[in-house]
Structures are given as C-alpha cells and as structure tokens.
Design a protein around this ligand. Sequence first.
Ligand SMILES: [Zn+2]
Length: 470
Amino acid sequence: MRLKATTSALLIGILGGFAWSRLAVRDDQKPESTADESRTESPATLPASSEPKVQVAQLTRGGPGDEAAMQKIYGAFATGDFAGALSLADNAALDANRSAEFRQWLAQQMPSLLISAGWSKLRLGDCDQAIDWLRRASALVPAPAAVKGLAVCYYKQKQMSLAREQFLNYMSLEPNDSEMLLLYTDVLESEGRFVDAVGILKQLQILAENPAIGLDAASLARRLQSMQSREKESAMMQTEASRNFRLTFRSGDHEDLVAFVLQSLEDAADEFRENYNLPAPQSQIEVVMYPSASFQGVTGGGPTWAEGLYDGRIRIPVHPAPQKTERADLDVVLRHELVHALLAQLGDSRNLPPWFGEGIAQRLSCAGRGCGNFEFPPQPGGFLPPESFATSYLALSTVNAGRAYQQSLFLILTMEALKGDQVVRQIITALTTNSDVSSDGLLAPIGLDFTRLHMAAAELWKRRQSPIAR
Ligand SMILES: [Zn+2]
C-alpha cells in the first residue's frame, strides 16, 4: 500500500452515520466535520394507525375446549409472545374439536396475530419468516402494518422490485409517512429511477413545511441536491455485475478498472469469509465509481479527502491523472468499505461502536497488504478516553477524530495481542442480527470488556509500544 509513513496516515472514520475512508492524508489536512445526510435506518415501528389487537369474546355456542384455547392464544399475545400466539392459533385452526363460533372468532384475530408475529421477526432481523406471515396477513386484509412490514423486509433483502411494489401499495394507504418515503428513494436509486427519487424528495420538502412531521429541512435539501447530482451522473453511467457485486461506473472513463474492481471485491469477500467468517453477501452489493470531481456532489458534500464511503452502497471516487488512483490504494479502499458492508449485513445495519467498525475495517483491509506494522503518528498525543470511542467520531474535535481512527486500529491490535490471533474471527462469528452490539457485548465472546481493553491499549500507547511487536 502506498503510505508515506511520516506524513500520511490511513485515516478512516464514520462521520454522521457514513463510513468515510481516506488514504494518504497529510497531517495538516483536517477532516472537515460535514453535516451529511445520514443513512436511512429501516423503520422498526408499526404505523401509528394500526396497533394490532387480539380480543377475547363471549363464545356462547362454543364447545368445551373453545374457551381454554381462546384464553391460551390471548394469554400468549398479551405477554408479547406473538410467534407463540400465532402457533397456538394455527394449531387451533386445525383442531377438529373447535366450534364454528370459535373459528369465526379466530378468523377475526388472525390478521393481528400474523402482523404482530411478522413484525416481531422483522425486528429480530428474520425477514424470511416475517415475509411469510405478513404475506398471509395482507392476503386477509389490506392492513398498512402488513404492507409496511413487507416493504421494509424486501428492502432489507434488496429485493428491490418486490420492495417497490409494496412501497407503492403502502403509500396509497399512508401517503404521508415521511420515513417510508425516504426509504423509498433508496429503492428507486437501486433501480436507477433517479427522476422518481428526486420527485419523492421534492414531495418530502413540501411535507417538511409542516413542523409536526419532524423533517429536517436542511438535511432534506442536501439529500435532494445529492440525488440530483446522481441523476446527472447516471446518464453517463453503465453497470456490470459479478457474482456478488453490481458495479456502476462512468462509461468510457473507468472501463479499464471494472475487471480489477470486481475481481478485487470478489477476492476480498472470499478471503474475509475464509479468514474471519464474515458472511458472503446476501444479495449483490452495489458499488458506484464516480469521477473524483463529482464525488462531493453525489455524496451530499462529504469531505474532499474521502476515498470511499459506505452508505448502503459502496461509493468510490476515482482520480484522473496526474494523481491517478493507484490500483493498490483502490484495493485497500474497496476492502475497507466491503468490511463495512458485510458488518452492516451481519448486524442488521445497526450502528456498531465506531472503534469497532473502523478498527475492524482498517485491520481487515490491510491484512496481507504489508501494513501489519503499526506506525505511530509523529506526535501521537495521549490515548483518547473510553467515551470517545463509543459515539460518532463527528462529535470529536478535528484533531481527536484523526487520532480516533488510528487508535481504533490500535484497540483491535491490542485485542489480538491480549487474546490471540483468532479474536476478530471469534467476535464476528458471535455477531448476529440480534446480538448485543455495545462495546462490552461485542467483546464478551472473547472474555474481555471495553474498560480492560482500553486500559491495556492506553498503557501500550503511552509506552509507544506496538501490540504487534510484543
Ligand atoms: Zn470506514
């Protein structure tokens, strides 16, 4: 990797929900604090208008077991065991001893049971099961909650044309759900429907005039601007796909890089799976290469030094001659952003502590790339306090943000020094869509907590002792 040890550093960070990376940054260049659009989180709430309910009824003409069956279903539902309630209901529906009156009651409760059980799975990241139940629900009644859940799940699974269908259904029922409208612009972008996405964002700007909707007009304006830039770019772009990636690039300009980029990503995905047990991409990961001059515009005014970002898509700027992007550098950037993409898949896009996400991304992107020796900065300063690593690096001062990226890698290296080479693999193996992603939660599988890790790293840092050298 092309790294000038004294004057440059591999500096990578999450700024406001975006994972930026930069390469070969001079020490006097400051990461600008950019108020960029933050990644749209998938909504995990039911539409306000449709809280599913199960109600008991007087079964006057019921048989002997009816009342007990009804109370059991109701009891499970009332305690929040929605999947259990649904399973009892499905069994009761097959029970020949249940009366016609019971069946009528059950039929009325079924949409609520299916929607609640579906959403409980959606929240746990199990969209396969959620889709199954929500599809059954929406076949019974056109409930917004069922349609919303389906739209969110297909979106999470990147089944974009199915998602678009459900988003359209949902918006015909709930036209002013701003959170869903924002998410829909992302679906449209994946489908290359930039004009439609711009239209929705303009519609959201009108909604934002009503303060009760709670939309931030400034961030919406930035989103609209970056989407308009992407729309302009898209006219000149084309797409090629490999097994796990879909690469969009400027026709004519970057065609020489296409095979290299796709191969680099495929190799990295194989390597990360093999060496660290990172998952294979669930669906094709979108990658977009922009001419560096357009990069800021399309990413909502990100810092000029950013060499890549992951915001649900991997976005990479490509520099023209004379500072032409070197393939070796590009390889590291791609590997770095791929780590973010795969960690997002593993953790259901929940925010990981920045020290962990950035530390792992740096550690894995340079694995086997000759950057195994930790280079202390010329004036490293002290080790940052524990709380600096837990919240977005955007909140830190410029100087501290720069240190935070490097010290994030230092924490990972310390972790390996304390607990062995396999720790990254062990932590990744334990990480699921449903696991505890706090710093302590992530470290629990290797018998460590963040206080101890931080103390050990701070001590090594004070002595200028690389954990690798131990
Ligand atoms: Zn990063």
